[in-house]
Write a protein of this length. Structure first.
Length: 194
């Protein structure tokens, strides 16, 4: 009988660990072979969307050589309360592009809050309000970076090849004066230029 209890406890611990691991996995990716060209996930009342847009403003993972690529990430507050979001999720790898051999091709934006103010900034969202952070790979008359992202030095179009970009971040926000965290989120997009 004692062995049965030990087996049952071991089974419970293993099952709990497996469930916790599955719930803690906040990682999603898409590729040119995926059915969807957009990563859309809601976590704790915050809806996240990440995709690449072609020059027609449509989500895509296959681009023509010389075509501009617009990196698009959005946050939507699906809570009933307004939220204040800490901008630290916009880290140095945000919108950074790598070749499949991990060659760093650079990132689409060059700075944040380019208004020369030194106070700490936050992104404020009312219920059902969305904040979009679009940024083109290179500047053109049709594409600019969405505030608070800044676009300075111009990038050349990416050459033909296979690439990926990923967002890996911890996300903090305040609701009614209480800090909430969403940890270890990863969105990854594999794309190609033909």
């Amino acid at each position: 009988m004692r062995n049965f209890y030990l087996f049952f406890i071991a089974l419970l611990i293993t099952g709990t660990t497996a469930c916790k691991s599955a719930m803690d996995d906040l990682s999603w990716d898409i590729s040119p072979d995926s059915k969807s060209q957009v990563i859309e996930k809601e976590i704790n009342g915050i809806a996240f969307m990440f995709c690449l847009l072609n020059e027609q403003g449509e989500p895509a993972t296959v681009f023509n050589e010389g075509e501009n690529i617009v990196f698009s990430f959005s946050l939507m507050n699906n809570l009933k309360e307004s939220i204040s979001i800490s901008p630290e999720f916009i880290n140095d790898d945000f919108y950074r592009v790598y070749g499949y051999n991990n060659t760093d091709m650079g990132k689409a934006w060059t700075g944040m809050w380019c208004n020369f103010r030194y106070e700490k900034m936050a992104i404020e969202l009312q219920p059902d309000e969305q904040k979009v952070l679009n940024c083109p790979w290179f500047l053109s008359d049709n594409f600019n970076a969405d505030y608070p992202l800044c676009k300075g030095d111009d990038m050349n179009p990416l050459p033909k090849g296979e690439y990926f970009t990923s967002l890996h971040f911890d996300f903090s926000y305040n609701v009614d004066g209480k800090k909430k965290d969403i940890k270890n989120v990863t969105f990854k997009i594999y794309f190609k230029i033909q």
